[in-house]
Structures are given as C-alpha cells and as structure tokens.
Design a binder for this molecule. Structure first.
Ligand SMILES: *[C@@H]1O[C@H](CO)[C@@H](O)[C@H](O)[C@H]1NC(C)=O
Ligand SMILES: *[C@@H]1O[C@H](CO)[C@@H](O)[C@H](O)[C@H]1NC(C)=O
Length: 502
C-alpha cells in the first residue's frame, strides 16, 4: 500500500518535469469577444478602468472578478470547458486619417498558447486566482531592447511583447530600417515580419492581419501571493543544459502567450495614403506607438484538468480542448458566450475621443517623454505607476522564433469569396502560410448570455475567418505529419474562430 503511494508520487513527479517542449493552443469560439469594456479587475478593481479592453474567457469577468467568482461562471469563450480564466488586453482602435474619428478595429481572433517547456522543475497548474500582467501600459517610448522579444533576464531587460505583420512582400520594410523607435517602430533583427511598435505598412498576409503578441512569465512566487501581480511572477532562468528553471521555492507554471489578430487589412482603403509614413492605429490607452502592448490574466482553471493537460497533452494547434482524457471536455463551437459591459458608454462606432478620454500620445503626437516610465525603460510587466523591480526571470529558451505555418486545408482549398484578404497566396521566405476554411455559421443569438448583449450590433452578414498559427521553429510539424492531419480533422470538424461583420 505504502509502496504504491510512493511509486505513484514518483511517477507524477517524472511526468511533470519536461525534457522536451510540449504545447497546446487554447482556442476560443463564439461571436467575438466576451465583452469590450473599460474594466480591469487587476489594475482597477471595484470600478471602471482607464482604458477599454477586449476580454476573452469566463462570463463572471467584471470590476471585481476573482479566481473564485470566475470559477462560478455560466460560460466561457474558451473551447476547453475546464478553463474559466479571464484574458484581456487593450482594444485596438483606428483613427481615420481623413476624419480623425476613432473606431475599434475588429478582432480577427485570439489564441492563447500554453507552452510546457524543458525544465528540471515540475510544471504545475496555475492556482485559481493567480493574477498576472505582462507588458507595460505606460510605455510610449521604445524599450531598451531591439525589435525582438527578450525573455531571458540574464541577457538584459525583458521584452515580452511584439507585433507580427505578415505581408505578401517585405519591400519596403514594415518598420523603417534605421528606426530607433523615437518616431517609428523597430524591426526584428531576425524576422522581417516582426518588430515592436505599429508597422507603417499594411499587414496583407494571407489570412493574417496585424497580430499583437504577449508572452507571460511562468515562475510564480507563492511568498508574494496570488494577488501581488507586481511581484509574484518572473521568467525562468537558463539552467545551462537546454532547460530553464524557476528559483527555489517558486512554482513553475505553464508559459502562456497571447496571440491577438486584428482585422487591420480590411481598413486599407482608408489608410492607403499613410503607408510608409505613419500608422493609423492606436491602443485604447491612447498609445499610437504600440510599445504599450500588454495583457492581463486571472487563473480560473480547474486545476486538476490543467495539470492533466500539462502532464499528458501535446495537442499543439489541434487545441487544448482535443487533449485526450479531459474530464470537462470542449464547448460547442456553434455557441457563443458574451456579457454586458458594466460601464454604460459607447466604445464602438465613430468616436471623437477614446473611451476614458485618453489623449493620443507618442511619436508624431508627442507626449512620449512625459508618459515614459523613467530612465531605464522597465521591462516590468506591471503597468502600475509604482515602479517595481524587474522580476528576475530567465528563460533559457531562445527568443521565440515566430513563424506562420499552414494549418492544412481540411479537404479542399477554400474559396476566397468574401474573404477580406485579396492576396490568395503570398510567397515569403520568412513564412509560408495558408489556411483552413471554416464555414461561417448562420447568425443566431447567443444562446447563453449572462445578461443582455449590448455591444453586439445587428448581424447583417458573416465573414469566414481563416486560421493561421504561430509556433517556434522547432515545433514545425512535417508537412504530412500526424499532428497536421489531426489539426486538419479538428478544423474540419469543429471550425475555428468566427466573427460576424457588423
Ligand atoms: C465592486 O467593489 C466595489 C468596491 O468594493 C463595490 O462598491 C461595488 O459594488 C462592487 N461591484 C460589483 C459589481 O460587485
Ligand atoms: C529563427 O530561425 C531562423 C532559422 O532557423 C534563424 O536563422 C533565426 O536566427 C531565428 N531567429 C530567432 C529570433 O531565433
């Protein structure tokens, strides 16, 4: 009896440490985000936040959401039913160069990658209620790094965010070649399709408009506590043998990565005149540079189910909801989960000012110096004004090598009819991509809204959304690999993200 228990414990420990990275993507379903709203239960609990967020996840999101209240949610936008977490990030707006009016850019879709990376530690599920923030909402001037992500604290300041702008041609470049970030963004040194700050070109890549990428640290310090988002997390450090570990006494959690696609390309006819000179995009906090990209997370997973996924699943792009042996299973992708925003104000349509009255600042708009967070641009994930020491982090992984790859077409090549992207198949040395067709669902009211839907306008027609995926270089499956076939079956069967055009 006793022997069995010891053995079981040993087996569990072995299963949790990783020699090789595994991952599974959390897909969302439904008719757009959970809500688009000036709420942020981490930074501004109890009342409206300073800027509008696009929110994904569980329906009990609100001013005072906590892990416990999220766990009581009626529904979630996440495909995995066991995940009642909340994920949010600043909404992207477009300033019409002709009228100067502001309007939200339609979100194309959003994925959360769950990476389980090589480590000597046991990777543990996020404890319910864990609060994390990554990126710096105050930045209007360039971080002290290049245009690449930097997730290894032993190599300098952390740079957890990036923009990805897939294009049919990278001539001219998306970010001015000599840019230092003071009047334009900075290109990656490794990938023509990536950089920091909003690009000055149109992201016309096939089925892949502008993408904002946000990495979160994966070491949790239980002494700091679940609530202490300014000090409770850091990136893991290089152990010298291809693995990265957390400090002693800390808990190694999954490495999550937000990939948010915005349908910038459909607006091209209205910003053609600015190409190569400026960007018409602005985050809801007034940042015209894009340097302030950031994301927030409150864990609301059923811990047992997430632990099972960490220990046994490598579903990759097929999705976390396809992991074998799930107790809670997957949501029906033809459903939708949306909530009413507790702030009674207009966040869409054509606006003269950003909700919350955030002034446009940065680059040609000025104001960057005033708003910049002091001498050394802090890599701190906290957007809070109180300066916090940079979490020691470390991640021995090479900076993420972001590449678009094909999700194989389930059966036949999808028709391009109605697709917002006119370039059927750009060729690019940096990335190759294609997409799987997803039949658009017939419009129907959300079956289980918690409250009346206020920000969803009348559906007049639908667009088919195409899925592209992001992986690190070494995750690229062989073209005819089982993983891709599995993904193809999954997409054919369950469809991907779908949003309705207003
Ligand atoms: C949230 O908390 C604030 C302050 O504690 C309280 O005044 C407010 O009523 C709460 N709101 C909701 C929706 O529970
Ligand atoms: C990405 O992969 C390419 C090809 O393997 C390599 O040359 C490049 O240095 C990598 N970039 C990063 C950021 O690791």
């Amino acid at each position: 009896m006793r022997f069995t228990t010891v053995l079981a414990t040993l087996v569990a420990a072995v299963a949790a440490a990783k020699d090789k990275r595994t991952f599974a993507v959390l897909h969302h379903y439904g008719q757009g985000p959970l809500t688009t709203c000036r709420a942020d239960p981490i930074i501004s609990p109890g009342g409206p936040s300073s800027h509008v967020h696009t929110v994904m996840g569980a329906s009990n999101f609100g001013f005072n959401a906590t892990g416990e209240t999220l766990r009581q949610s009626k529904c979630t936008t996440a495909m995995a039913k066991a995940d009642l977490s909340a994920y949010w990030f600043p909404t992207l707006y477009f300033q019409d160069p002709a009228t100067k009016l502001l309007e939200p850019v339609k979100m194309f879709y959003m994925n959360v990658y769950y990476f389980f990376e090589p480590t000597h530690d046991d990777i543990k599920a996020f404890p319910v209620g864990l609060k994390m923030v990554s990126g710096n909402a105050m930045l209007r001037t360039p971080p002290a790094t290049t245009g690449d992500n930097q997730l290894d604290p032993s190599k300098g300041p952390i740079q957890p965010v990036q923009m990805t702008c897939p294009r049919s041609s990278y001539d001219p470049p998306s970010w001015p070649a000599d840019s230092k970030g003071l009047l334009a963004g900075i290109a990656s040194q490794h990938d023509k399709g990536a950089g920091i700050g909003f690009p000055f070109e149109d992201c016309d890549g096939y089925a892949s408009p502008l993408r904002v990428d946000i990495h979160f640290p994966s070491c949790y310090n239980p002494k700091a506590g679940l609530e202490n988002y300014q000090n409770n997390m850091q990136f893991p450090t290089d152990a010298g043998d291809g693995k990265s570990d957390c400090p002693e006494g800390w808990i190694h959690t999954p490495h999550i990565f937000f990939e948010t696609y915005w349908n910038t390309h459909e607006l091209l006819p209205r910003f053609q005149s600015t190409l190569g000179k400026s960007s018409p995009f602005v985050f809801s906090n007034g940042d015209v540079t894009g340097f302030s990209a950031h994301g927030d997370f409150i864990a609301g997973w059923d811990e047992e189910e997430l632990q099972h996924i960490i220990d046994t699943c490598n579903a990759g792009h097929a999705g976390i909801d396809t992991c074998p042996g799930l107790k809670y299973g997957a949501n029906d992708p033809s459903d939708s989960c949306t909530i009413e925003c507790p702030v009674d104000e207009k966040v869409d349509g054509k606006l003269e000012k950003l909700p919350g009255n955030n002034p446009l600042a940065g680059w040609a708009f000025g104001g960057g110096d005033i708003l910049a967070p002091s001498p050394s641009p802090s890599p701190s994930p906290s957007p809070s004004p109180s300066s916090k020491p940079q979490p020691g982090n470390g991640d021995d992984n090479t900076p993420p090598n972001t590449t678009l790859i094909a999700i194989p077409s389930p059966s036949k090549r999808p028709s391009h009819h109605g697709h917002p992207h006119p370039n059927p198949k750009p060729s690019s040395s940096a990335s190759s991509f294609s997409a799987a067709a997803v039949p658009a669902p017939s419009p129907k009211p959300s079956p289980k809204p918690v409250e009346p839907i206020v920000h969803v306008a009348t559906v007049v027609d639908t667009v088919t959304v195409w899925e592209t995926t992001t992986v690190y270089e070494d995750d690229l499956p062989a073209p005819t690999g089982a993983a891709e076939k599995h993904a193809a079956r999954h997409y054919a069967k369950h469809a991907a993200r779908r949003y309705h055009r207003r």
